[in-house]
Design a protein around this ligand. Structure first.
Ligand SMILES: Cc1cc2nc3c(=O)[nH]c(=O)nc-3n(C[C@H](O)[C@H](O)[C@H](O)COP(=O)(O)O)c2cc1C
Length: 390
């Protein structure tokens, strides 16, 4: 049997703190502390505890050179444990699963830190609303009480010289559009979205507008948003809830053809599915259209191989698409939102994504705003909501 270490691995010394009544009664601080070594190997997608002997062996093994396991005969038990945990890769037939995941990771050209960050910041089953309640940070006022004051809202650089005032320019229609943009947290599920409006937004924000064909297998799309390397890695999966003429369900948007490919449904009511995907933020659950921004890491990393900026470039794309969606929606008289609080693992399962090659970065959505503001929106200048209405 030949072995080598998995391609990417970080080992974290983690302290776990729990309440200890006995410790408190015997004069201690009431906290029990436990130190553990955790292996963070992105090809596995979950943390694995290792002991001192396993950690030392992992540090000694090459991730590139295959060696005979017999060369480490005295450590064969430790090697078997590490193979079982998927951290040491073997050429044995029965260990194929970890080997294939490791190969997948190698061939996607992740930067090690980007791979670990992406793999170990994914959520599953998180209820962000409940956790805000438990931490007492549901409102701006309670946040101030619990967290203290934030760093100031504006910064003056300590080395700044005499200030240069800039002229205020008379607003145009574009300024008016910008001023009417506000994150929508109140959707009117009873008012269907006309198909033409839905199609217009998809065309403006997500569609390919032109293409550059270098060779038949190397094509760059032109879209209305910038993209690192012009590669446009962001796929767009839709959960359509209330659009005229389009059956509610899951879809994959084809940017070049400006068309929808229907996908298998989640096997339960869409509203609850959406709410779970946005970590129980019920204020987004009635959005007429929900957009999962799903980057194909392998496309961007084809150019930015093991590149320190690769992951940032992909993450930035979500912001460009989101702002363009907000403005297109505002222009159409609709509301839009983005959230980073998403349960990636459930999204991967629902849309059949392999997180090494393709993930879920954020969720956006759009639709008709409701008549009543039940959930707070940030509109201090009253550009969206009539402040005198109630
Ligand atoms: C990356 C990103 C993530 C966000 N995540 C959430 C979220 O999880 N829940 C939410 O209600 N709003 C979310 N928002 C919206 C912000 O709360 C909102 O932009 C901010 O309060 C300013 O309000 P405005 O967009 O109306 O100007 C997010 C915005 C951005 C850019």
């Amino acid at each position: 049997m030949k072995i080598r270490r998995c391609a990417i691995l970080f080992v974290e010394p983690r302290e776990e703190v729990s309440f200890d009544l006995d410790g408190l009664l015997t004069g201690g601080d009431g906290l029990r502390r436990r130190q553990r070594w955790l292996a963070l190997a992105p090809h596995l997608g979950h943390e694995v505890e290792v002991d001192d002997a396993e950690r030392e062996l992992l540090g000694a093994l090459s991730p590139s050179l295959w060696v005979a396991a017999t060369a480490q005969a005295e450590a064969i038990d430790t090697i078997e444990c590490l193979i079982g945990k998927g951290l040491v890769i073997s050429d044995r037939a029965r260990d194929h699963e970890a080997r294939e995941r490791d190969e997948q990771l190698r061939s996607t050209y992740w930067h090690p830190l980007g791979a670990a960050f992406n793999a170990f910041t994914r959520w599953s089953g998180i209820d962000a609303v409940q956790s805000m309640k438990e931490n007492g940070i549901e409102t701006a006022v309670s946040m101030r009480e619990v967290l203290g004051a934030p760093p100031g809202e504006a910064l003056r650089h300590p080395q700044a010289g005499d200030r240069v005032a800039l002229p205020r320019v008379a607003p145009t229609d574009f300024d008016d559009l910008l001023a009417r943009r506000a994150t929508c947290r109140n959707f009117d599920a009873t008012r269907p979205l006309p198909q033409a409006l839905f199609a217009q937004l998809m065309q403006r924000v997500f569609a390919a507008q032109a293409e550059v064909r270098v060779t038949d297998d190397t094509v760059f799309l032109k879209k209305n948003v910038p993209s690192g390397g012009g590669l446009h890695p962001m796929e767009c999966y839709l959960i359509v809830q209330h659009v005229e003429g389009i059956a509610p369900g899951l879809y994959h948007y084809q940017a070049r053809e400006h068309a929808l490919d229907p996908l298998p449904g989640p096997g339960r009511p869409l509203r609850g599915f959406v709410q779970e995907m946005v970590a129980q933020q019920h204020w987004f659950a009635d959005a007429h259209v929900v957009v999962v921004l799903s980057p194909r890491f392998d496309r961007t990393f084809w150019k930015y191989r093991s590149h320190a900026k690769g992951y940032r470039v992909v993450a930035l794309e979500a912001g460009h698409l989101s702002q363009t969606l907000y403005l297109a929606a505002t222009d159409a008289g609709l509301g839009a939102f983005i959230t980073g609080a998403i349960n990636e693992v459930e999204l991967e399962q629902a849309f059949g994504l392999d997180p090494i090659r393709q993930g879920a970065m954020a969720i956006c959505g759009f639709g008709w705003r409701g008549a009543v503001m039940e959930m707070t929106e940030l509109d201090p200048a009253g550009r969206v909501w009539d402040r005198d209405r109630d």
